[in-house]
Design a protein around this ligand. Structure first.
Ligand code: PLP
Length: 408
């Protein structure tokens, strides 16, 4: 858009400011019964699948409609969209306690991690990427794609209890390691990595450490000032209650100057509206890891979803989830079920996985009773969020008791 076009853009409507989104508005939401009425799916289902997609709220639906209304009324609302993109950046930053200029707004974790590795040189001695066996496919596939640029990929496998302690990472990391990838919570087993300990091991060998927090952000308190990782990624589909098409990447500020992504786009430029094709001049901030036109349709629901999380407060949500997970674990023990998720302190979060003899049949049997879950490998995946209540856990346990033969 030229400066002239910009001046012709319709006056932006009022936008929830970045501060609103990070601080939360005044309402203050309490997890549990009181918030549930805002999520219509609970009128007909026991929704326990936030690890796949957070439930749709009335507020997020209204935000998506607001995007369409604005388009209809005003056509191109460029200035407002750019403002929304910046509000989303501030929203993500607030959730992880990061400065806003250390956060890139992305369309997915895939875009973020691809841009990150595009800034790394794998042609020399330090050419290894160490990945946990629990990385999401996109992280593993992007790592292996770097073999075309000289990288070697090393996998770190779990111990017999399903955990991957930092000692196992230590065996795989050395001075040849450029990047360590350790997902915060495994999408396959619900297991939580000890990110600070793994980061310490990575840093001792001079490696960068990436924690993909998609299965944690919004459900578990994440504070990049204490986490130890150098890069944290995530997105709005799951515990941030938004839609697909919006994600983020936080990068430690001190690293930014030395990281020049070659996977880039015009919204990563030092001056988006200079519209120059003369050179590559990335923005000083983490915005150098943004890409093209902001993901406008996803910004509206994403901001609304993050607003709900900010108003409820992640520490409060985490405590609520922990209570539900522990009730579920106790019920599973009574059933004599085999639990794939490690049980130790800080080893599990919002998702508990239960071993099944036929996980697809089990998910289908639960669905017949309007209990919505999902599956990976031989596990049933059950995940809890701020809108779940103890009755959800009990209904699920009743349904599992009836289908006991499908549990290992
Ligand atoms: C741990 C984790 N990372 C990443 C993703 C998604 O990556 P992307 O945003 O690239 O689709 C998911 C889920 O879909 C996930 O569970």
């Amino acid at each position: 858009m030229s400066p002239q076009e910009r001046s012709e853009a319709p006056a932006p409507h009022s936008v929830g400011s970045a501060a609103d989104m990070t601080r939360g508005q005044t309402r203050g939401l309490t997890p549990g019964e009181s918030i549930r009425a805002d999520f219509p799916i609970f009128e007909h289902a026991t929704y326990l699948n936030s690890c796949s997609q957070g439930a749709l709220s009335l507020r997020v639906r209204a935000a998506a409609e607001e995007w369409l209304d604005g388009w209809d009324e005003n056509g191109a609302e460029w200035e407002f969209w750019v403002e929304r993109n910046e509000a989303a950046r501030a929203g993500f930053a607030g959730l992880i306690h990061a400065p806003t200029d250390e956060v890139a707004v992305t369309t997915s974790v895939s875009q973020a991690v691809s841009a990150l590795v595009s800034a790394l040189d794998f042609s020399g001695e330090r050419n290894r990427i160490v990945i946990s066996e629990y990385e999401f496919p996109t992280v593993g596939q992007i790592a292996h794609a770097q073999a075309l640029r000289g990288a070697e990929v090393v996998h770190v496998t779990p111990a017999s209890d399903g955990s991957i302690p930092s000692e196992r990472f230590a065996e795989a990391i050395d001075e040849r390691t450029a990047l360590v990838c350790c997902t915060a919570v495994s999408f396959r087993t619900g297991h939580r990595h000890d990110i600070p300990a793994i980061a310490e091991v990575g840093h001792a060998s001079g490696a960068l450490v990436l924690a993909d927090s998609y299965q944690a952000v919004g459900a578990l308190e994440l504070d990049v000032r204490a986490l130890g990782a150098d890069v944290v990624t995530g997105g709005t589909v799951k515990y941030l209650l938004g839609s697909s098409g919006l994600g983020f990447m936080w990068l430690r500020g001190s690293l930014l100057e030395s990281l020049l992504p070659t996977q880039t786009g015009w919204f990563a430029d030092e001056d988006i509206f200079a519209m120059s094709i003369a050179d590559y001049s990335p923005h000083d901030s983490a915005r150098r890891f943004d890409s093209g036109t902001p993901p406008v349709p996803s910004l509206y629901p994403g901001a609304a979803g993050m607003g709900i999380i900010a108003e409820a407060g992640v520490p409060t949500i985490e405590t609520h989830i922990r209570g539900l997970a522990d009730r579920f674990l106790a019920g599973l023990d009574d059933l004599g079920a085999t639990i794939a998720t490690p049980r130790g302190d800080n080893q599990y979060g919002p998702m508990i996985c239960v071993v099944s003899t036929d996980p697809n049949a089990l998910v289908a049997a639960l669905a017949e009773r309007q209990v919505v879950t999902s599956t990976r490998d031989s596990n049933l995946r059950v995940s809890f969020h701020l809108y779940n209540v103890e009755e959800d856990v009990d209904r699920l346990l009743d349904a599992l008791r009836v289908n006991r033969t499908l549990l290992a």
